[in-house]
Design a protein around this ligand. Structure first.
Ligand code: TMP
Length: 208
């Protein structure tokens, strides 16, 4: 029995390098013969993802609570497939997940962290959250914001403080102010350890 795969999530604020690191992890794990797939949320290719994309690129306005529930529905669209893959031994590297859902929406003031968390209950819970951090100086040296919604410093400060309130035992806080390869080696050590330690355990779920 190969055992189940691990659910590994990369989180952090904009421009910390999550997407680059996620693809590099995928490449290295596959190279080592570990069955792995990459997921990204929001998944803009699905029906809910297309509405989310229109909202983020400012082609459409929607009430804050509606958008929040759409982001969550976007994860629920993938839930059957995620469970199937994890239980068949495939490790998932996920670029943003429920914690982004909660941290971003709760930064809008209209919704509490508690309220934002409710639609996430029952989704597979990550075995490891790699939370990438960068100090202000390092962030300012990276390429600038695009013009999607949420890409402004004041808002992202509130998001960052919400993330701090969501931490639990599955989180590793990683200083991302390193070159791509050095950072990737550090992440890979955590990932390999978790893949090994969860393979004979049951998947867990976000609980109330
Ligand atoms: P991306 O830049 O990683 O594609 O994410 C798009 C934006 O959506 C980013 O600003 C974070 C935000 N977001 C939410 O507001 N809620 C969510 O549930 C997720 C996954 C992302």
């Amino acid at each position: 029995m190969p055992g189940r795969g691990a659910l590994i999530v990369l989180e952090g604020c904009d421009r910390v390098g999550k997407t680059t690191q996620a693809s590099k992890l995928l490449e290295k794990l596959q190279h080592r013969g570990i069955p792995t797939q990459l997921l990204k949320f929001p998944d803009r290719s699905t029906s809910t993802g297309q509405i989310i994309n229109s909202y983020l690129t400012r082609k459409m306005d929607l009430p804050d609570k509606t958008v929040h529930l759409l982001f969550s529905a976007n994860r629920w669209e993938s839930e059957p497939q995620m469970k199937k893959l994890l239980n068949s031994g495939v490790t998932l590297i996920v670029d943003r997940y429920s914690h982004s859902g909660v941290a971003f929406s709760a930064a809008k003031n209209e919704m509490s962290i508690h309220w934002c968390y409710q639609p996430e209950i029952g989704l597979p819970k990550p075995d490891l959250v790699l939370f990438l951090t960068l100090n202000e100086t390092a962030i300012s040296k990276r390429s600038g914001f695009g013009d999607e919604r949420y890409e402004n410093s004041e808002f992202l400060k509130k998001v960052a403080s919400n993330f701090q309130r969501l931490k639990d035992d599955a989180w590793k806080i990683i200083d991302a102010d390193k070159d791509i390869e050095t950072l990737n080696k550090e992440l890979l050590l955590h990932v390999e350890k978790v893949i090994e330690s969860v393979k004979d355990t049951h998947l867990s779920y976000f609980d109330p």
